[in-house]
Design a protein around this ligand. Structure first.
Ligand code: BF8
Ligand code: SF4
Length: 631
């Protein structure tokens, strides 16, 4: 029997949410749970992907009596086009975020506010792109690198430059199968074009383009975004932090940064520590400033500064419902529009900062590099001023919080492994100890746990249950996004969590001094995972499809997740989904995404809405790969 640790249970988390939702009721407002109830059951045609409204002859819905839309599109065409459009929108979101980051890199200058923090990574990228580095001003190099990357979005010829980071086998396969992505914008645009009324009707071709547009994200936009974020704000390193609603403080000014673009949150983190704002806070008789992160922004600032993580996607309303949030400031993606009316019921100021994400009920401050520092200062000052408006009688902070050790990008993983071996033979570093541990069976394999929350399953339960079972089976977990926060809330990202692991994984965690779940960052950082898997395959000298490493998104919801799932599969990594993609109304599409892609990339989806069955399938999948390798 494994020792029972005193980690927060899912039942405790649910009790906290239930209490906060009661407070919402008292405040005469609603939450996602209320709206979910009103939306259930969902429209069957939408859920199955067989409602088409891409031209004004429609909408057309597919039934036994009406098996084709007015133009003749059948269920497979309609579901396939919709699926491709989701992948394209997901790629657009990640890649536009990356483009913003590239523009921020272009705006770096020695006097700040945006500066170069990781020169070594800048040098590595510049060298990779044949941009001269030696004897040049580092900022000139940075600007050349930024311009080179911006060209990747719209270049008229050639494919994504970062594909060269993949294994030879993958590069050849992508060329052969014609899924190597061209310019990022080109793939997104072509996807919309192909799925326009009167264009591609062949589901197989639509799925192939979904892989390609996903690749434009994973091996294009997201990878650029990750590298440039590291160059400007530092490549993350391992550090301790805490997570869950209990990180909010009664006696302090609580500022929540929420969204995805670190160009914004980094500035708020920087200014919150400034003596002038600290003393302004004290002058008001307040103990201090408590800055916390939500959703992917939480991952970004936790990994680089140890900023505490207040929660994941379905907790964004809970955070406001505590009544102690003085400022909720957001940038882009995964922001509930409900925060507008919700914050109006409380004293919380709600600030949007990007033209990409304008929300009624918010104050809009257009955040730009030239004035970023001053704008961030104003936001923090406004939060301090707003503290006085708090209604203590409506304040309730759950006590739940757990320790976590975060910040394991590839460089950090390799550095930790250095303690085990000194064999620095490979360019990006050696994963030999991990490979040896997997070969010997001390570790059975690794799973990338990623993705969102979704009320279609019990929120966070799937993440936590699956992760616990994997750890028990000596399967190392790497994680990003809201999955990382689910792990944090359950204590599984702490070093103490080695106690819930099987003997092999526990031994590795003890020897290396790591938690059993390694935090690799935000969702854009799934690009780090692609490099990790590629390097492992390369150093193992087997195709990437053979290594016992798979992906799992048990509670995914966003279009970004569809883009991710497509590039993970195109990279040759099997992906286990706990939420059904909206294509069920087409048998052909279901077959294509679970089996058809295997003929193209050697990987596919395994879909199961029951977390218990899903984790069994993952373990069986990993064991099958081991058998095939003869280990
Ligand atoms: O990019 S995991 S809910 S926060 S989409 Fe959103 Fe999903 Fe969270 Fe980050 Ni990713
Ligand atoms: Fe209907 Fe065809 Fe128009 Fe879609 S494209 S709405 S199926 S007519």
């Amino acid at each position: 029997m494994k020792p029972e640790l005193n980690f927060t249970t899912i039942e405790q988390m649910e009790a906290d949410t239930a209490k906060l939702h009661e407070l919402a009721c008292e405040a005469c407002t609603e939450t996602w749970a209320d709206r979910n109830e009103k939306q259930t059951p969902h429209c069957k045609f939408g859920e199955e992907g067989i409602c088409c409204r891409i031209c004004s002859m429609g909408p057309c819905r597919i039934t036994a009596k009406a098996p084709r839309g007015i133009c003749g599109a059948d269920a497979h065409t309609i579901a396939g086009r919709h699926y491709l459009r989701m992948a394209a929108a997901g790629s657009a979101a990640h890649s536009d975020h990356a483009r913003e980051i590239a523009h921020t890199l272009l705006a770096t200058k020695p006097e700040g506010p945006y500066i170069i923090r990781d020169e070594a990574k800048l040098k590595r990228v510049a060298t990779e792109w044949d941009i001269a580095f030696e004897d040049r001003d580092v900022y000139d190099v940075a600007h050349d690198v930024a311009l080179f990357a911006l060209n990747e979005f719209g270049k008229p010829f050639g494919t994504q430059v970062l594909l060269k980071r993949a294994t030879k086998e993958r590069q050849e396969l992508w060329e052969r199968e014609e899924i190597a992505p061209r310019a990022i914008d080109r793939e997104i645009s072509s996807s919309l074009h192909m799925s326009h009324m009167g264009n591609t009707a062949d589901a197989e071709v639509l799925v192939r383009q979904s892989l390609r547009v996903g690749m434009a994200d994973g091996w294009g936009g997201s990878m650029i975004g990750t590298d440039f974020t590291d160059i400007m704000f530092g490549t993350p390193t391992a550090r301790d932090t805490e997570g869950n609603l209990g990180v909010l403080e009664k006696d302090m000014v609580n500022i929540v940064v929420h969204g995805h673009d670190p160009a914004f949150s980094e500035m708020v983190v920087t200014v919150a520590d400034l003596p002038e704002l600290q003393s302004y806070c004290k002058s008001k008789g307040i103990k201090g400033i408590n800055l916390v992160g939500l959703c992917c922004t939480a991952n970004e600032v936790a990994m680089r500064h140890g900023v505490r993580m207040v929660g994941n996607f379905l907790q964004q309303e809970n955070v406001v419902l505590t009544g102690v949030v003085d400022m909720m400031c957001v940038d882009v993606q995964c922001i509930f529009p409900s925060l507008g009316p919700l914050t109006e019921c409380f004293h919380t100021r709600f600030v949007t900062t990007s033209p990409i994400c304008r929300i009624p009920g918010s104050e809009y401050i257009k955040f730009v590099p030239e004035t970023a520092l001053e704008q961030a200062k104003q936001i923090v000052k406004d939060a301090i001023d707003n503290f006085a408006n708090r209604d203590e009688s409506r304040a309730w902070i759950p006590t739940s919080k757990e320790n976590a050790t975060v910040g394991y990008p590839n460089e950090q993983i390799i550095k930790e492994l250095d303690g085990v071996t000194n064999s620095h033979v490979e360019e990006r570093g050696s994963y030999r100890p991990v490979i040896d541990a997997i070969k010997s069976g001390v570790l059975r394999g690794a799973v990338a746990m990623v993705g969102c929350n979704n009320p279609k399953v019990r929120p966070d339960y799937s993440h936590i249950e699956i992760m616990r079972r994997l750890l028990e089976h000596d399967i190392l977990v790497i994680t990003t996004g809201c999955a990382a926060q689910a792990a944090t809330k359950a204590g599984l990202m702490s070093k103490a969590a080695k106690e819930v692991c099987g003997d092999g994984l526990k031994r590795v965690c003890t020897l290396v001094g790591i938690p059993p779940i390694l935090h690799m960052g935000a969702c854009v950082d799934i690009s780090r995972m692609m490099l990790l898997a590629s390097d492992i395959a390369e150093q193992w000298e087997v195709p990437i499809t053979s290594i016992p490493v798979v992906g799992c998104a048990p509670e995914w919801m966003s279009e970004k997740a569809v883009a991710i799932a497509n590039y993970v599969v195109a990279t040759g990594i099997d992906t286990y989904l706990g939420i059904e993609p909206q294509v069920k109304g087409s048998e052909q599409m279901m077959q294509l995404i679970t089996e058809g892609t295997r003929k193209i990339s050697g990987a596919g989806y395994n879909i199961n809405t029951d977390p218990d069955e899903l984790v069994q399938a993952i373990i069986a999948g990993i064991e099958k790969k081991r058998d095939l390798l003869g280990i």
